[in-house]
Write a protein that binds this ligand. Structure first.
Ligand code: ARG
Length: 471
């Protein structure tokens, strides 16, 4: 006999039962469901709907049940549809008929909404810890190898040299925003729908605030229809998860390129690489590639949930049962991705020489040379034009900008339409000044603003990150 079977004469078609049940995935909510039930029993006691003896019996039974769930000793019965009815039946088997009083003033609709919020709250805490772990790995690498110089890119073309630490700290910024988004989501998720009943509100004078407080919620939902059918928190979570995965995916993409022997900036450790079944030479950065791949799945899960919700009238609709697989999967995927990427980053070998030599390729210090001319009074446009001509000359003669001779520099200045440039051509010190600006160190030191790659600015940013992370 089904728990809801009073009005039914016929039995369920097996195809229907199989199709509608959720026990295969909502077991994930078992501990949250039990916590919600214990608080609800206390609430029923406070409202005088259960006597003290029944409260005690039910709470003890639920606590036993919790131990058995934790110990993996529950056999979930698919015929009981979902985790809620499985647990209620298991409670009945332990404490007898009094279990039939548990569901007073409660529907599976407010129950499951409560469970998912509780689950999300603790899951967000775990993900926050994983994000911190990832930040620690990035900052650890920045401490170890951060003074290496990387060719900063725009359009995937060499642009300007940057400190490797600066590059790594950019990802720390992204992760900090991810943490902020998850904390924000947690704050909005952290209210209790319990007492909303099926949709109209429980039919008993339950003290919703007291039950919410017992469950650690910051308050209660204000509208029962919204309470049972709001899944915004799940959308917000999936959106925060997706964006965090996108950040990891961008880093993963960089790691795969950096690991290519032609580039050779980094080498993944054996512990975070795989080989090929056919090609004995292969060493692949598989975890990074999979993080990039799994990002697609998490984005799909966000899109799926939004699509699931868009056509739903108030209040609870069975469609909502399908909010769980994407949410559970996305959270697990993000956590695993953060942890594997942390390990990969923490064990990365950096080839400073390869980075440094690439950092100078492509005349990446040209902007710095133009800036040096501006400091000597030239309009930036004129300086840009002169240095452009010097880049062309350096390229033609196979030299770096820091290897241009005095005569070449004086000629370029003298050929300018700008009077100040022509005057500067006769200055004996200018060529040496420009060559200094053309060095990698000089170029980076010039970017001396808050948030810039000048070593002293990066050192300050790194110190702040270390302080925050306690490393
Ligand atoms: N398994 C259901 C879900 O996850 C629980 C709520 C069922 N409510 C209902 N009225 N059938 O959404």
């Amino acid at each position: 006999m089904k728990m809801w079977g009073g009005r039914f004469q016929g039995s369920s078609d097996e195809r229907m039962a199989e199709f509608t049940r959720s026990i295969d995935f909502d077991v994930e909510l078992a501990l949250d469901d039990i916590a919600g039930s214990i608080a609800h029993v206390h609430g029923l006691g406070r409202a005088g709907l259960l006597g003290p003896a029944d409260v005690e019996t039910l709470v003890r039974g639920l606590e036993d049940l919790r131990d058995d769930v934790e110990g993996g000793r529950i056999v979930w019965d698919p015929a009981l549809e979902d985790v809620h009815m499985n647990l209620e039946a298991a409670l009945g088997a332990r404490v007898g008929a009094v279990a039939g009083r548990l569901h007073t003033g409660r529907s599976r609709n407010d129950q499951v909404a409560t469970d998912v919020r509780l689950w999300l709250r603790r899951t967000l805490d775990r993900l926050d810890a994983a994000a911190v772990e990832m930040e620690r790995a990035l900052v650890g690498l920045a401490v170890r190898d951060g003074d290496a110089i990387l060719p900063g890119m725009t359009h995937i073309q060499p642009a300007q040299p940057v400190l490797f630490a600066h590059h790594l700290l950019a990802y720390v910024e992204m992760l900090e925003r991810d943490r902020g988004r998850m904390a924000d989501c947690r704050r909005r998720a952290n209210v209790s729908p319990l007492g909303s009943g099926a949709l109209a509100g429980a039919g008993y004078p339950l003290d919703r605030e007291a039950t919410a407080a017992e469950l650690g919620f910051a308050g209660v939902t204000a509208n029962s229809l919204d309470g049972v059918s709001d899944r915004d928190f799940a959308v917000e979570a999936l959106s925060a998860f997706s964006l965090c995965m996108v950040h990891l995916s961008r880093l993963a993409e960089e790691i795969t390129w950096w690991s290519n022997p032609r580039i050779g900036f980094v080498r993944a450790s054996d512990a975070f690489s795989t080989g090929s079944s056919m090609m004995p030479n292969k060493k692949n950065p598989d975890p990074a590639e999979l993080v990039r791949g799994k990002t697609a799945r998490v984005i799909g899960e966000l899109t799926g949930l939004l699509t699931l919700l868009k056509g739903l009238p108030l209040a609870y609709q069975k469609d909502m049962q399908d909010d769980k697989p994407p949410l559970f999967d996305a959270a697990a995927t993000l956590e695993a991705s953060l942890l594997v990427m942390s390990g990969m980053i923490a064990t990365l070998t950096v080839n400073r020489e390869a980075m440094r030599s690439a950092a100078g390729d492509g005349f990446t210090t040209a902007t710095s040379v133009a800036d040096a001319l501006v400091r000597r009074g030239l309009p930036f446009r004129a300086a840009h034009h002169i240095v452009g001509a010097l880049v062309a000359e350096a390229e033609r003669t196979g030299r770096g900008l820091d290897a241009l001779d005095d005569a070449t520099i004086a000629a370029a200045l003298g050929a300018s339409e700008d009077a100040a440039a022509v005057a500067l051509a006769g200055d004996g010190g200018i060529a040496a000044e420009m060559r200094a600006a053309a060095g990698l160190e000089g170029a980076m030191a010039g970017c001396d603003v808050v948030g810039g790659t000048a070593p002293r600015r990066v050192a300050a940013a790194l110190a702040a990150a270390r302080e925050r992370l306690g490393i």
